[in-house]
Ligand binder design. Structure first.
Ligand code: HEM
Length: 458
């Protein structure tokens, strides 16, 4: 295992940061506030002026908190303050019975993302982005990060609304989302440190309103047509959300609720997958042998013909590349929870106001769970010795009751996009510094992922 490639991640601080240092480093990225022992400890505590944080890495407690059959560990109010302007009280942010009712309403919408039906839409979007890559200026490295945002946003548009997304619309949304992430992150940093955050809160509301405006332009005419009793009859997520009825009252979502659910599905459904895909392409660019092996796997499984639903399911190597990327760069690095009543955990008392953090970022890089945890080794997912770790210490999609609704969707679209790109190009990392990461709502490459792409013979 000595010559495994260790891709970049922020050098942990040697000792726990004091208040000021933590604030400065956390201003742009949460992961940068971690220190060496964060990666090995079972549980840690950080006291901020307005918030006590408990970081839990103990797998038994993690399972208890996330499985949560009695709904005793709601999401923390910090999360709602961060995401509220964009996603309101939609299923990702809701708690208790309200969450259970909403999840029951939203679940059928995801039957529409039924993997087989979504396949053709996903493949179409993947082929379109490869065409954009072929058309790009070959004289300089191409930044694949915004392209991954484009293709995943396009897929989510095709599956929510049955329409494709123009590069101009992607740009508008991309910019508003990036601004929103920065403003929400900084507003939260100020709030938990007891400082006023008014300016950032207002700015975040403005960016959220810009995103809502793009979505509303599409949603309003369909909603109104539906109110008039006309149905466009499109088998997509928007239609299923309009069909959804509250399990007890039988009420449908109102327009504002719909905008929040769609904003959430749009945010959760593209930003995360885009991040993991950009990292996957970076990792591939450093591993020419792996590229050849995966190219061979794709050729074998497709027999040189088009990608099919069945062939994509058989691409174990491509899937393991994506799983390993999600281990090293989980797009959602921290899951925030709280307790309803004071609770003892490893000899400490966690109070209802405290923030309980389950950190896929730390659990997946902890040497007690994974050998050579910072090294890139997609083969570990094919090793039966890691079966238990895959179950308990690989949680990029969360775990238990609130497991990501889109986990299957994301892994299928990722396999399709990666396979389409690997078939079309050889990727080489330029002679330039490796990508740096920043972690706000998601873990993203800080200055993009510029790569040389050489077209393969078709
Ligand atoms: C690689 C891609 C993705 C990653 C890493 C990811 C990660 C996550 C995680 C960690 C959670 C649970 C958060 C928590 O427990 O605090 C979650 C929830 C959720 N995700 Fe994903 N997700 C991805 C893709 C998607 C896609 C494609 C969709 C929809 C099309 C989606 C929709 C949702 C929704 C609606 C929830 C809320 C579930 C609930 O609270 O009941 N996600 N996701």
């Amino acid at each position: 295992m000595t010559d495994l490639f260790v891709p970049p991640f922020p050098e942990p601080l040697r000792t726990k940061a004091g208040l000021v240092r933590r604030f400065v480093r956390g201003w742009n990225s949460w992961v940068h506030t971690l220190f060496a022992r964060s990666y090995t400890m079972k549980m840690g505590r950080v006291a901020l002026p307005r918030l006590t944080i408990h970081v839990v890495n103990d797998l038994a407690i993690v399972a208890r908190v996330l499985d949560d059959p009695e709904r005793r560990y709601p999401k923390h109010r910090v999360l709602n303050a961060m995401l509220g302007p964009l996603i309101g009280e939609s299923v990702f942010a809701a708690n208790g019975k309200d969450w259970a009712d909403q999840r029951a309403m939203v679940n059928p919408a995801f039957a529409h993302t039924n993997l087989q039906r979504g396949f053709t839409r996903m493949l179409g979007a993947a082929e379109d982005v490869v065409a954009m890559m072929r058309a790009a200026d070959a004289a300089r490295p191409l930044d694949v990060d915004p392209l991954m945002t484009h293709v995943t946003a396009d897929i989510i548009f095709r599956t929510i609304f049955s329409v494709t997304l123009s590069p101009q619309e992607t740009q508008a949304i991309y910019k508003s989302f990036n601004r929103y992430q920065i403003e929400a992150q900084r507003g939260t940093m100020l709030a938990i440190n007891g400082l006023p955050r008014l300016w950032y809160a207002r700015a975040a509301r403005r960016s959220a309103a810009e995103i809502h405006a793009v979505l509303t332009r599409i949603m309003r005419p369909r909603f109104e047509a539906r109110q008039r009793g006309e149905s466009p009859g499109q088998a997509d997520i928007m239609e299923a959300l309009m069909d959804a009825r509250h399990p007890e009252t039988g009420a449908a979502f109102g327009f504002e609720e719909l905008v929040h659910q769609v904003s959430l599905i749009f945010l959760a459904g593209h930003e995360t997958t885009a991040s993991a895909l950009a990292w996957s392409l970076y990792l591939l660019s450093e591993q020419p042998d792996l590229q050849e092996a995966l190219h061979g796997e794709i050729a074998r499984e497709t027999g040189g013909g088009p990608l099919t639903f069945e062939a994509v399911r058989r691409l174990e190597g491509v899937r393991n590349l994506f799983r390993e990327t999600l281990r090293l760069y989980p797009p959602v690095p921290f899951l925030p929870r709280s307790v309803l009543v004071p609770e003892a955990m490893r000899g400490r008392t966690v109070d209802p106001a405290d923030l309980l953090v389950i950190a896929p970022w730390l659990i997946q890089r902890n040497e007690a769970n994974w050998a050579c945890p910072h090294a890139f080794d997609p083969g570990r997912f094919a090793d039966p010795a890691n079966a238990e770790a895959v179950k308990t210490a690989w949680l990029p999609f969360g775990q238990g009751a609130r497991l990501c609704i889109g986990a299957g969707f994301a892994q299928q679209e990722a396999a399709i996009i990666l396979a389409t790109i690997i078939r079309a190009f050889r990727l080489v990392h330029p002679d330039a510094p490796r990508p740096e990461l920043t972690s706000r709502l998601t873990v993203r490459p800080r200055r993009g992922v510029p790569l040389w792409l050489t077209a393969r013979e078709v």
